[in-house]
Write a protein that binds this ligand. Sequence first.
Ligand code: T3D
Length: 267
Amino acid sequence: MFRETVMAYETIQVETTACVRTITLNRPDDLNSIDERVTSELQSELRNVAKDKSVRCLVLTGAGRAFCAGQDLKSVMERKGPFDFTEALRRRYNPIISALKALEIPTLASINGVAAGAGWSLALGCDLRIASTKAKFVSAFSKIGLVPDSGMTWTLPRVVGLSKALEIAWMGDPLSAETALQLGLVNRLAEPEELAKATAEWATALAKSATRGLGLTKRAMYAAMGNDLDTQLEYEAQLQGVAGRTKDYSEGVKAFIEKRAAEFIGD
Ligand code: T3D
């Protein structure tokens, strides 16, 4: 199977296998916490993914024992003078979450260990989540006097409801992988030694699907979070107009009639 590794980054690793681009956060000694370089490299790679039509699924994971511990608190200690969080979020973090949502392909967080603070927000910023049974989830923000950011106040209440989201954010207690599954915060669990394989199988299945249709479905679902029914019905009609003109729609119907598996090309 064709596998390509890009070496140009310092804090992330990028690899492409069978139309699946995998970005691995790669600062394992600091639990893949996020510094200026990480946000810059993530933004850069997400721009690459958006432009590369051969990429049909994106996986985000972490090296070592953590997924991501959020903001790099060690570099915080090195900061001199007052720090402008608003500027940092607007310039560094928010574009990453927006870029993940704007990608017209499925994004899958493969949560190999602890996800804390903005690290958990990153996982929530992906469309789907598969986690190791040993993973844990820590809001962390309240413990250092901050507000959940990088989209967590948007995603968390939508998944678990308002009251539970407030409890998670305020108490900051670690949630186990099992609890995360029960709450719908992750879609699937895998034993730690099975996670990479389970992730690859799921991502490959998604990448072999009718990518334009999946991308338009993603657009419709996220738009529905803010639309009333009539607006959404009209939006669905417009998007279906686009999906119905794809080559993959023609192939899907033809394959059904011919009683064979469809071979989608992602167009
Ligand atoms: O400008 C901006 O960036 C604004 C955006 C802010 C958004 C945020 O993300 S705020 C939230 C920041 N994150 C946290 O508060 C989490 C802090 N970490 C923890 O609570 C715990 O470390 C974990 C729950 C993540 C994991 O616990 P555990 O017991 O498995 O590991 P540990 O022993 O606490 O940590 C292991 C090492 O990782 C340790 O280093 P050492 O002592 O071996 O040299 C620890 O300092 C380091 N580490 C853990 N988290 C961070 C970190 N280093 C830098 N930054 C971290 N966030």
